[in-house]
Design a protein around this ligand. Structure first.
Ligand code: C2O
Ligand code: CU
Length: 475
């Protein structure tokens, strides 16, 4: 559990002028935006969107193609994708395809992998996703404001043959800091907040709207793809009365397992694919609760069963694993080992830790990796912290010396999660973003088979832009 800078109101505490709560969320559609994978257009622009569900109350947002979240892009594993991004904002942007193993020039980091897309200009991203799974896209320029005002969407890469479920649905979870008029507070990049939890908001939406309930049917098996698109909010979801199976993490299939605690932990940028058998009673409702922050539990939505009898006479057997993606197994016998130490931030009690002595701290820097702080969203000439030899296996120990949680993301790769605090991690877990609790560590491994300059940073956006970022060069 952790602390946040200011108490986030529970979702139920957010009342707009006495107007009632959001109407029930329509069931998420699975392919409403499926376009020809050959040519997809995305336009980033300012817009308005009814986040809190009231027709007369629209929030000023920035979005893709006029909607929150951006269009759900569905493509097939191994088939080429071409996405033309048009910038209709009045500042530069880029798009990062989070978790996709693509060539460096398509990775969307301004300065480092491409020139930023200027207002009025376009950039065409082309790649062939090697892995099936749940991925997402977001800007990598002025990230705090662009992501915090709504620029994000899902990128689903479908398996060659569909997995046996009755329905495949997606929850894009976003966290907003709204004022009493339902508008997004400014003040992005507050230095005090940046040195602590980052900008945690007060309103969590599912697929761009507050959700009162999600309709389900007794007996059905649902694949639920969860994506945490928040700037900073960590989530721990519990499904009352249900026992979800975790079948994939960050898009990569793992051995299906039911977390002992029943909680699904999701740091910013993380995705988890669940398989849930709807074994509740017809006509009943069950809360989905997020209780990550001490004393700030709230319910996110309810699973609302219709009155009809179960669609199946007998409960289903345990789900089978998803087909594995073509990842190269690390060769641990010949691996080279490096330690990356996460440093900085405000201590629980208030004092700054280690600020004076750190080399390379700029004015805005609150965080560092191995004593160095890279700030911002990406720029030209970032010197790599390490140069990795193409084709070699690397084991990185990520050691969190701070008093805060950090979801650490490596671009261009999925890595195997070997150990946490020295103990083996079960269920064959791969990830692109790993959440590391305060004072804990994790060992990850990957084969450096994708050449280029790749970002490694915390996905609490305030932490990234204030120093918890570095570059790994693979050459
Ligand atoms: Cu989703 Cu550099 O991040
Ligand atoms: Cu962090």
């Amino acid at each position: 559990m952790s602390q946040i800078v200011e108490p986030a109101a529970t979702r139920r505490a957010f009342v707009v002028g006495g107007i009632g709560l959001a109407a029930s969320l329509a069931l998420p559609r699975t392919a409403q935006s499926a376009q020809s994978p050959a040519d997809i257009n995305l336009a980033a622009s300012p817009g308005r969107w009814p986040l809190v569900g009231e027709q007369n109350l629209e929030t000023n947002v920035w979005n893709y193609n006029g909607r929150i979240p951006g269009p759900e892009i569905r493509v097939r594993q191994g088939e080429p994708v071409r996405i033309v991004v048009e910038n209709k904002l009045d500042e530069e942007t880029t798009v990062h395809w989070h978790g996709i193993r693509l060539s460096n020039a398509m990775d969307g980091v301004p300065g480092l992998t491409q020139p930023p897309i200027k207002p009025g200009e376009t950039f065409t991203y082309e790649f062939t996703p090697p892995d099936a799974g749940t991925f997402w896209y977001h800007p990598h320029a002025d990230s705090l404001r662009q992501l915090g005002r709504g620029l994000a969407g899902a990128l689903i890469v479908e398996e060659a043959s569909p997995v046996a479920v009755d329905r495949d649905i997606l929850w894009m979870l976003s966290d907003w800091r709204l004022d009493s008029e339902g508008q997004i507070f400014g003040g992005f990049g507050n230095a005090m907040e940046a040195a602590m939890s980052g900008r945690v908001g007060n309103t969590v939406t599912i697929n761009g709207a507050l959700s009162n309930e999600v309709a389900v049917r007794a007996g059905e098996r649902i694949r639920l793809r969860l994506a945490n698109c928040a700037l900073a909010r960590i989530m721990a979801l519990r499904f009352d009365g249900h026992k979800p199976w975790v079948v994939a993490i960050d898009g990569q299939p793992c051995e299906p397992h039911q977390p002992g605690s029943g909680r699904i932990l999701l740091g910013p940028a993380m995705r988890v694919d669940l398989i849930i058998d709807m074994r509740g009673e017809p006509g009943r409702r069950y809360h989905v609760t997020d209780d990550f922050y001490d004393g700030l539990a709230y319910w996110l939505t309810q699973l609302a069963y219709d009155d009809k009898p179960s669609v199946r006479a007998h409960p289903l057997d345990a789900p089978v694993s998803l087909p594995r993606n073509p990842l190269t197994e690390p060769d641990l016998t010949s691996a080279e080992h490096h330690v990356l130490t996460l440093q900085g931030g405000m201590m629980g009690g208030g004092g700054m830790m280690g600020m004076g002595g750190m080399h390379g701290m700029s004015h805005r820097a609150s965080w560092a990796i191995n004593g160095k702080s890279m700030t911002g969203d990406g720029h030209a000439g970032m010197p790599p912290l390490l140069t990795l030899q193409l084709g070699r296996t690397y084991v990185l120990t990520l050691r969190n010396e701070t008093a805060w949680w950090h979801p650490m993301h490596l671009h261009g790769y999925s890595f195997q999660v070997l150990t946490r605090n020295g103990s083996p991690v079960p269920h064959r877990q791969w990830a692109d973003t790993i959440l590391i609790p305060p004072k804990q560590s994790a060992d990850i491994a990957f084969v450096a088979n994708n050449p280029g300059d790749w970002m490694l940073h915390c996905h609490v956006t305030d932490h990234q832009v204030s120093g918890m970022m570095t570059v790994l060069r693979v050459a």
